[in-house]
Write a protein that binds this ligand. Structure first.
Ligand code: CIR
Length: 240
């Protein structure tokens, strides 16, 4: 982890604390009613804890992505061999397409995908062709500053999105109820709905209140060591 990619300027992650936080994450997913499959540590890939970037899974197909950084491309090998045992249908994003799951926000039978520094148009075209076979639609969104689309927006279900200010002017989201996070709490825009709970990073009280006011139950998780590597709460798991 100490060698993971980062622009956060928050210092080097404390590995033992990251393990404590990771254990709490797993425990919380279980408390929310999920079965959790935990992968072996992948010592040769410092960003491999961010499994969300390496695949996009639906009930129909598991798509293995092609992360942009060279240091992350090899992460897909372990994910592929695990998902092959679970999913009947597999697909792969190939060069020159690059694609990371952090750029993919699923809303029912569709996906909003960020065109970012990590996910390019060719990758999105390949992903669209794959999903079309299974009757899912795909819409792309040009990103400005964020690492991934879901760095700044999450779908919570019940027609509700939580987002940073950048997305409030996006017409594609006009029909959704919106929770807009304040500038100092932007990290909390990356959160996940798991059954009846929304899991939110610890330390963002205004966002927690806003989510509760929208009718959701909240569980908070300390993500400090993953944030040091630009990782959000959603990045640590693939949910299906
Ligand atoms: C990276 O830069 O690739 C990792 N350090 C962080 C990836 C975070 N993933 C995500 O937001 N889905």
């Amino acid at each position: 982890m100490a060698q993971g990619i980062t622009s956060a300027n928050l210092g080097v992650p404390v590995f033992d604390l990251a393990k404590v936080q990771h254990d709490a994450y797993i425990k919380t997913l279980k408390t929310c009613g999920l079965e959790v499959i935990v992968l072996e540590a992948d010592e040769s890939h410092p960003d491999s804890v961010f499994v969300e970037d390496t695949a996009v899974v639906t009930e129909s197909v598991a798509v293995i992505t092609n992360p942009y950084p060279d240091s992350r491309k090899g992460e897909t090998i372990a994910i592929k061999s695990k998902l092959e045992k679970i999913f009947g249908s597999m697909a792969v994003i190939n060069e020159p397409g690059t694609f990371e799951g952090g750029d993919v926000m699923q809303v029912d039978r569709g996906f909003y995908v960020g065109v970012s520094g990590r996910t390019n148009k060719e990758g999105i075209d390949q992903f669209t062709a794959i999903q079309k076979k299974y009757n899912y639609w795909v819409t792309s969104i040009e990103m400005k500053e964020l690492l991934h689309l879901k760095t700044g927006i999450s779908y919570l279900g019940n027609n509700t999105m939580i987002m940073v200010n950048e997305f409030t002017s996006e017409p594609l989201f006009d029909s959704f109820k919106r929770i807009v996070v304040e500038k100092q709490e932007e990290y909390a825009a990356n959160c996940i709905r798991v059954n009846e709970f929304v899991l939110v990073p610890l330390g963002f009280p205004k966002t927690v209140e806003a989510i509760k006011a929208s009718g959701f139950r909240v569980k908070e998780l300390d993500m400090s060591e993953f944030r040091k590597l630009d990782g959000g709460l959603s990045c640590l798991s693939l949910r299906f």
